[in-house]
Ligand binder design. Structure first.
Ligand SMILES: Cc1cc2nc3c(=O)[nH]c(=O)nc-3n(C[C@H](O)[C@H](O)[C@H](O)COP(=O)(O)OP(=O)(O)OC[C@H]3O[C@@H](n4cnc5c(N)ncnc54)[C@H](O)[C@@H]3O)c2cc1C
Length: 420
């Protein structure tokens, strides 16, 4: 049996390994001058290779098409991946949030380890080999064409060309085009795990400010200032953690996660994001805390009395949003003004206008429609002998090592299925 794998990223290398283990003769084609260009930049160069969680958590972190992943995950899960990597000599460690990294903190060690495994299994790797089209006859794959004009015959082809994010790593959407030509459909591709842009100008004054232990709620519509959000109105994303203000808007782990739900449920819309700066305190507790601060600073102006509550950069923004005279003495601040301050601290509003583009997106949401792919084998339901894996599929997850696990699991399942 001969198997050709297109794409030398995470999913492609894993496909090649699994296919070679079945005894097949495997050829891996990569258009770049080296393998794993995207792996190299993962986890800020450290590669968060998977998440050491239980299956329930894994599926809870899949944003799109979690059920499609069942067979793939159970046939090659996080512990099997970790065993494979460590048995090949690359030690791993688990950090906060069950995130798994190589002990060396070098993502290149993951690519090197996979390359060594492929070498031991006799996988033939051809770099600088750009595929330009797939060849099929009567609903069966017959081979592919390279940019240099060469045709390579094959009745088993695994396509692992990735999504559309960080195109400089090689993921330029080639696979999407070939598969569309063969009758597949593509669910709209959108940047996800990406910073968001906001309308309010004040983010510019907050540039560089990082907030910890805050809560955000993202809604699927614009909710005008002054409107009370009804209790039954559920946010499309709700999370607690860290966020960051940048030169264009907002980012940081919380926002990056929120962006996946923005892409899924509100893409392109102008929507409201509420920031709770004091999520650990109820309205009443926060009011009491403010009263105490005011009593301790009875002779100070309002702007000089709230320094204990907030980072300095945020003070003018909160004062403006609460509509309180900054120079007013705190001992004459009214109950109503205090209430406005509490409401602002627990619900600072932002209008999200969009997200940054694919060049800044960790993942592509959308891709090949999974209804057209057999979840037990990753084989196309339209073209026999053709397998589709990794980020190219309409599957995406949150950060934490889950997206690479999608690539490992789908790649492994395709590779082991080529003999069926
Ligand atoms: C900045 C950043 C950080 C990330 N960090 C993490 C992390 O820490 N943990 C995590 O789980 N996920 C992370 N991800 C996501 C993860 O990297 C991807 O989901 C995963 O690498 C996808 O693997 P893939 O093999 O499907 O696609 P890719 O890695 O994109 O590989 C596709 C390969 O196909 C090749 N190719 C494309 N077209 C052709 C062609 N025509 N001919 C031949 N070859 C072709 C490409 O050159 C490329 O090498 C991160 C992503 C980014 C952008």
């Amino acid at each position: 049996m001969r198997c050709i794998v297109i794409g030398g990223g995470a999913a492609g290398m894993m496909s090649a390994i699994a296919a070679a283990k079945t005894g097949a003769e495997v050829l891996l084609l990569e258009k770049n001058e080296k393998l794993g260009k995207k792996i190299y930049i993962t986890g800020k160069g450290r590669c968060n290779v998977t998440n050491d969680c239980d299956p329930e958590d894994f599926f809870a972190n899949i944003v799109t098409n979690d059920k499609f992943m069942y067979s793939a995950y159970y046939s090659f899960d996080n512990s099997m991946l970790m065993d494979m990597i460590t048995n090949a000599g690359c030690d791993l460690k688990t950090e906060r949030g069950n995130r798994v990294f190589p002990v060396s903190d070098h993502s290149s060690d993951i690519t090197r380890t996979l390359t060594n495994i492929m070498k031991d299994l006799g996988v033939q790797v051809r770099l600088n080999s750009q595929v330009t089209s797939l060849l099929a006859e009567n609903g069966t794959i017959t081979g592919l064409k390279l940019k240099n004009g060469q045709t390579i015959d094959g009745d088993r082809v695994i396509v692992a060309t990735g999504g559309l994010s960080y195109a400089s790593t090689g993921s330029t959407g080639d696979g999407h085009k070939w598969l569309t030509n063969l009758g597949h459909t593509v669910k709209e591709c959108k940047p996800a795990l990406v910073p968001l842009t906001v309308e309010e100008d004040f983010y510019k004054d907050l540039q560089g400010l990082a907030l910890k232990n805050v809560e955000v709620k993202l809604y699927d519509e614009f909710i005008p200032e002054g409107t009370i959000i009804p209790k039954k109105k559920k946010p499309i994303y709700e999370g607690f953690g860290e966020m960051l203000f940048t030169h264009f808007g907002i980012s940081g782990p919380l926002i990056i996660s929120a962006s996946s739900y923005y892409a899924k449920k509100a893409y392109g819309k102008r929507v409201t994001l509420m920031l709770d700066l004091k999520p650990a305190l109820s309205m009443e507790q926060l009011d009491k805390r403010i009263l105490r601060d005011f009593e301790e600073n009875a002779n100070k102006s309002f702007k000089n009395a709230i320094g204990g509550l907030l980072p300095a950069k945020l003070i003018p923004v909160i004062i403006e949003a609460a509509g309180i005279d900054p120079d007013k003495a705190v001992n004459v601040i009214t109950r109503e003004e205090r209430e406005r301050l509490v409401n602002t601290l627990k619900g600072l509003r932002f209008t999200v206008t969009g997200s940054r583009d694919f060049n800044e997106a960790i993942i592509t949401q959308g891709g090949i429609n999974v209804k057209e792919v057999n979840p037990s084998t990753m084989e196309s339901k339209l073209v026999k002998g053709l397998y589709i894996v990794g980020e190219l599929l309409d599957v995406d997850a949150l950060t934490g090592g889950f997206n690479l696990q999608v690539a490992w699991s789908t790649g492994h399942l395709a590779g082991t299925s080529i003999n069926e």
